[in-house]
Design a protein around this ligand. Structure first.
Ligand SMILES: C[S@@+](CC[C@H](N)C(=O)[O-])C[C@H]1O[C@@H](n2cnc3c(N)ncnc32)[C@H](O)[C@@H]1O
Length: 240
């Protein structure tokens, strides 16, 4: 049910029919790693001890989230994604289960993984109020929906309200990383970020934003953009 004070979400919540293995994962594995209840977000919400918390907003198919979580077993990752099919894909990456024939009685993470991912299968704006001030070290916003038409500009995720929340939840020195391939969004994001006194763009040379950062994991939208001839940019902002 949509309450009147809830922000309106304009994207898709579900796409193609979710195949049996993935819907089995959504039913049986998602509840184990989903963020539920009303408690504040803390380092204790992960199944392993973690040193920091990183948040990925709109993780899509989850490649970047799953890849970063594998590389950084001592970081707790929160992935927020509204799109059910994307969440189901992330669960496949975490468990290795692709076919319903692979579905064991007890579903577990792949042996190389630790229990450091938690999923918010809703609009991230509804999670913000549960994240204490200065509690995150990184926030990723990778290839956000560009909403290129002028009349849809208010739907763009990089906007003053969201930036205020991201500035609040990031600790000083924390990084907010935006990637985009869309020509309208490139200028838009840089202008909105330049307007906020809470962040400093870290780029020193053109190569710092033209090429992915060293710890980058490729995403589906990035591959699509490159295949269609668009050049993504990678913007890191430090919380001051
Ligand atoms: C263009 S896709 C990019 C997906 C992924 N980051 C990638 O690079 O492949 C944008 C994603 O953000 C999600 N999204 C948009 N607004 C959101 C919000 N407020 N909360 C959570 N997810 C959101 C959408 O559902 C969509 O899957």
């Amino acid at each position: 049910m949509l309450l009147s004070n809830q922000p309106k979400f304009y994207g898709r919540r579900q796409g193609r029919k979710i195949r049996k293995a993935k819907s089995g994962l959504l039913d049986r594995f998602l509840p184990r790693i989903a963020i539920s209840g009303t408690a504040p977000v803390t380092k204790n919400m992960f199944g392993v001890p973690v040193d920091e918390i990183w948040l990925e907003i709109g993780f899509g198919n989850g490649e970047h989230l799953a890849g970063q979580a594998l590389r950084h077993p001592h970081i707790g990752f929160i992935g927020a994604e509204v799109f059910k099919n994307g969440v189901a894909n992330l669960l496949t990456l975490l468990t290795g289960i692709k076919e319903s024939g692979d579905m064991p009685e007890q579903i577990t993470l792949l042996p190389e993984r630790v229990d450091n991912v938690r999923v918010w299968n809703e609009d991230v704006r509804l999670l913000f109020e549960r994240i204490p001030d200065g509690s995150l070290s990184r926030v990723f916003l990778l290839f956000p929906d560009p909403w290129p038409k002028k009349r849809h500009a208010s739907r763009r995720f990089v906007n003053p309200d969201n930036l205020k929340e991201i500035a609040r939840i990031l600790k000083k020195g924390g990084i907010f990383r935006i990637a985009t391939d869309h020509k309208v969004y490139k200028g838009w994001a840089l202008r909105r970020m330049a307007e906020t006194p809470d962040f400093r763009w870290t780029a020193k040379t053109g190569n710092d934003w033209r090429y992915p950062p060293a710890d980058w994991v490729e995403t589906k939208y990035q591959r699509k953009a490159v295949a269609e001839g668009r050049r993504p940019i990678f913007l890191d902002f430090e919380r001051l």
